[in-house]
Design a protein around this ligand. Structure first.
Ligand code: BGC
Length: 381
């Protein structure tokens, strides 16, 4: 007969009591990694879905197609676990038509004007997949490739390492780019993403993460209360390319230095909000020293869930799901409507390869690109 030590018994009971507290799935109180088949890509390559379970009972599922985060379950103020990201129940739906739900974005997050940039005297041409511009790495960006996966237990919680070699010329970008993304679900309920990359030729790189969050797990995000730690943002033209200016947020609907409901000013008669059909802009986050600092904090009043976004990057793209229009049916049958989610994408500024005044996105051989993003969850009252 198996002996149950007092410690194991406590852990089992904790798991049971959490499981009975009103959530739909039972929760464990030990760190674990599980995996299951998640269909095949269009070439017939099998894809695996990995689920990282931390000691607190939170869990995140990630597949090695596109590095997609397909679900992220964290507690509300009553200890009920709920999924706070949009997505689909199966891989086929992600492949068919997804607006980058949960995706790992590369080689270049956000837009490059007219799909062109010049580096060391050579002009590179990219596919224009978003009106006149290139968006999120091209026709087959990092969100659509198969990554090599290695799950492991790290000191701070269960982790998944994904690696991918993007060949010289892939999607028009120069250099063989070796990319690594490590996802860790820390025991204090943070999803930590650590991106690194090296290249054998001068190139440009800007990796980020594209989860669509809804901290209530349903409905509009307009009542979520947002703080963004930024005195300035980068205004855009009508195709969402930055004009190159860094404009003070003071006196504009882009001022989130004091916590404000996302919906409080989104409908104002403002040219920038019209261009984005809502918020779809890059904020210039204060204290850009390369150290990880707080970029934004979001509080959802009904669930009490709080999301804090931290990163070492200079900018944060905040996007309010303005292109969601009720045509996509997501997990559990939820029809995703206009502004049912928001994205928080820590990254370098859009169109940096063409903007001499923006922080550089050039990666040279012998140096290492780093971007650390932390999505930290807690509850507030
Ligand atoms: C961009 C939006 C775009 C969305 C794609 C965001 O990062 O800023 O303009 O529509 O990604 O789903």
């Amino acid at each position: 007969m198996n002996k149950i030590s007092p410690r194991n018994l406590i852990m089992t009971l904790t798991a049971l009591s959490i499981g009975l507290s009103g959530c739909s799935t039972s929760r464990r109180s030990t760190s674990a990694i599980s995996e299951r088949p998640f269909g095949t890509d269009s070439q017939g390559t099998p894809v695996t879905l990995y689920t990282l379970h931390n000691k607190s009972g939170a869990e995140v599922s990630i597949c090695n197609y596109g590095g997609l985060v397909t679900s992220l379950k964290v507690p509300d103020r009553n200890g009920n676990y709920g999924d706070v990201v949009l997505g689909f129940d199966n891989l086929a739906d992600y492949i068919k038509d997804s607006p980058y739900f949960g995706a790992l974005i590369g080689r270049y997050g956000n837009r490059i004007a007219k799909g062109k940039f010049t580096l060391d005297g050579t002009t590179y041409n990219l596919a224009t997949n978003n009106g006149p511009n290139a968006l999120h790495g091209g026709l087959k960006g990092f969100n659509k490739v198969i990554w090599k996966a290695r799950p492991f237990q790290s000191e701070s919680g269960p982790s998944l390492e994904l690696t991918y070699l993007s060949k010289d010329g892939e999607e028009g970008y120069p250099g063989n780019l070796s990319t690594k993304a490590v996802y860790t679900l820390t025991d204090d309920n943070a999803l930590k993403l650590e991106y690194t990359a090296t290249s054998d030729k001068d190139t440009v790189v800007n990796l980020t993460h594209h989860s669509y969050f809804n901290l209530a797990g349903k409905g509009t995000i307009l009542d979520h209360v947002l703080m963004i730690n930024a005195d300035k943002y980068t205004p855009v033209d009508s195709t969402l390319i930055p004009t190159g200016e860094l404009q003070p947020v003071d006196g504009t609907p882009f001022d989130f230095r004091t916590p404000t409901a996302i919906g409080a000013r989104i409908g104002q008669d403002n040219e920038q909000l019209k261009f984005g059909n809502g918020y779809d802009h890059n904020w210039v986050i204060n204290d850009n020293t390369g150290a990880i600092r707080l970029m934004a904090r979001v509080y959802e009043p009904t669930s009490g869930r709080v999301l804090e976004v931290l990163s070492s990057e200079p900018g944060l793209q905040f996007y309010t799901g303005n292109f969601l229009d009720g045509t996509l049916k997501g997990k559990g049958g939820w029809i995703y409507q206009f502004r049912n989610a928001f994205c928080m994408e820590p990254q370098h500024f859009p169109d940096s390869p063409n903007q001499p005044n923006f922080p550089s996105v050039v990666l040279k051989p012998g140096t290492v690109y780093h971007n650390t993003i932390i999505y930290r969850f807690s509850v507030g009252h």
